[in-house]
Design a protein around this ligand. Structure first.
Ligand code: NAD
Length: 477
């Protein structure tokens, strides 16, 4: 059975309760994890506080950075073991799982290298004074992460926090947390002091809610659904704790008639089938200028027809969805759209020999989706693409901005002026011009506008989010 990590010890839940982990491949149980709750979160927060008051609080930035880099190397040394674990837990194809483990290592290397490059400032003030702006850790940081990219999200969340000298308590998702649990155990082996990195597995309404509401945390970052994000923010607000929210998306590709369609089409397909569509930045809306609409959708449909779904070992383009409720959710959207008569332009195919009981779905591409349709607004979190035509630049911007989300967008055009105008007019945290980057991009500040959340992760900006300033005003005459 997998163990949690609290205060440097591998442990079960205080009350001994467990959760059965079901395999996405066949729906059968294959592992157990501790069902942590309030008592375990209390212990983890106390362990993190003790770590800050102990040797960890005296570590130099160079020492913290070195430990993170050592952990990055350790992850690379265990890459195949971790990739197999990640694939087994989430159902991802092996190639995707291997890539995710490389990205996890990159987060550890990147923030390890950055730890001692964060400087304070000297501020000119009155004669006789010296003013220094110091950058300091926030204290105990809480991290609630989802199941879609457990390894990547874990690295993205904890690496900047530890680089800045915080001590972390992580609540990974109950559906997929085996890789984070294993990496936290490896962190002890490379020499992270006890209590610096604590992981409490368990259900969101139990361990997650207890962490968000804990008066002992000084910061919380949450990645997950909009509904839970709002609950979490309410809980942290009661203790006046800063909260970063990384929520959902309905990201558009905006394709103008002059675009390089041969370059765009495979990237558009990858952008919505990646991780079987369970990606917050999935490019799930395809907006095409009317004169090129038929040509673009035909090319995308042609490529989608070659996409295959299988088990992680088959290593096709997509694996199963993560669990039964995701399976029901995606099928509901697809069945509703079919029942409403939306034209299916293409589907991917399921492998012939799939284990019974797995959560497999065919990727599907709907054309001429009405602008008010659920598929034009709601996050499916599955491999479903909705195409819509637009008339001109103004219409494209209105349509692209016309959802409550604002996470990521792509603009496809060869016109330099239009690239800049449209790129700047889109209300979202990242815009790609003639490209699309769902996931990865460790160096690139990332986060939402509107209902996609607030605060930024990735890049140097995460070091600012996960630290605070102190203004030291010194009168010396
Ligand atoms: P979720 O909100 O159900 O769960 C996310 C995490 O929150 C899990 O660890 C869960 O246990 C925990 N949780 C659940 N209820 C809780 C509660 N009441 N209090 C505290 N914690 C609780 O989301 P999900 O289904 O795991 O993930 C899918 C969503 O996440 C999608 O909307 C997706 O777009 C979003 N997402 C966003 C990003 C991003 O970076 N913006 C990345 C990945 C996923």
């Amino acid at each position: 059975m997998a163990k949690m990590i609290i205060g440097g010890r591998l442990t079960d839940a205080q009350d001994g309760r467990t959760i059965e982990v079901l395999s996405p491949v066949d729906g059968k149980p294959f592992e157990q994890i501790p069902r942590g709750g309030t008592a375990d979160i209390d212990l983890a927060v106390a362990a993190a506080q003790a770590a800050l008051a102990g040797p960890w609080g005296k570590f130099t930035a160079t020492e913290r950075g070195r430990l993170l880099q050592r952990l990055g190397q350790k992850v690379l040394d265990h890459a195949e073991e971790l990739s197999l674990l990640e694939a087994r837990d989430t159902g991802k194809p092996m190639t995707t799982a291997r890539n995710d483990i490389q990205v996890l290592a990159r987060y550890l290397e990147y923030y390890g290298g950055a730890a001692d490059k964060v400087h304070g400032e000297v501020i000119p003030f009155l004669n006789g004074y010296s003013v220094t702006l110091l950058r300091e850790p926030l204290g105990v940081t809480g991290h609630i992460i989802p199941w879609n990219y457990p390894a990547q999200m874990f690295g993205r969340s904890i690496a900047p926090a530890l680089a800045m000298g915080n001590a972390a308590v992580v609540k990974p998702a109950e559906d997929a947390c085996l890789t984070p649990l294993r990496v936290a155990a490896l962190a002890l082996e490379v020499g992270f002091p006890e209590g610096v990195l604590n992981l409490v597995s368990g259900y969101g309404e139990e361990a997650g809610a207890a962490l968000a509401a804990h008066p002992g945390i000084n910061f919380l970052t949450f990645t997950g659904s909009n509904e839970v994000g709002v609950l979490v923010q309410q809980a942290t607000a009661r203790n006046a704790v800063k909260c970063v929210l990384e929520l959902g998306g309905k990201s558009p590709h905006v394709v103008f008639a002059d675009a390089d369609i041969e370059r765009a089409a495979p990237i558009i397909v990858r952008g919505f089938i990646q991780n079987t569509g369970q990606t917050c930045t999935a490019g799930s809306r395809l907006l095409v200028q009317r004169e090129a609409y038929e040509q673009v959708v035909a090319r995308v449909a042609e490529l989608l027809a070659k996409v295959r779904v299988g088990t992680p070992e088959m290593d096709f383009d997509c694996g199963p969805l993560v669990n039964a409720s995701q399976h029901q959710r995606v099928n509901r959207y697809v069945n509703n759209a079919r029942a409403a008569g939306l034209p299916v332009l293409a589907t991917g195919s399921l492998a012939a020999e799939l284990p019974a009981g797995g959560y497999y779905v065919q990727p599907v591409f709907f054309g001429n989706v009405p602008r008010q349709d659920a598929l034009a607004h709601e996050e499916v979190f599955g491999p479903v693409l909705a195409a819509m035509p637009f008339e001109d630049e103004a219409d494209a911007i209105a349509l692209a901005n016309g959802t409550s989300y604002g996470l990521l967008a792509a603009v496809w055009t060869e016109n330099g002026g239009r690239q800049q105008r449209v790129g700047k007019a889109l209300r979202c945290g990242q815009v790609f011009i003639n490209g699309f980057g769902a996931g990865g991009g460790v160096e690139l500040p990332f986060g939402g506008m509107k209902k996609s959340g607030h605060g930024r992760e990735k890049g140097f900006i995460a070091l600012e989010e996960m630290s605070t300033t102190k203004t030291l005003v010194h009168y010396h005459g």
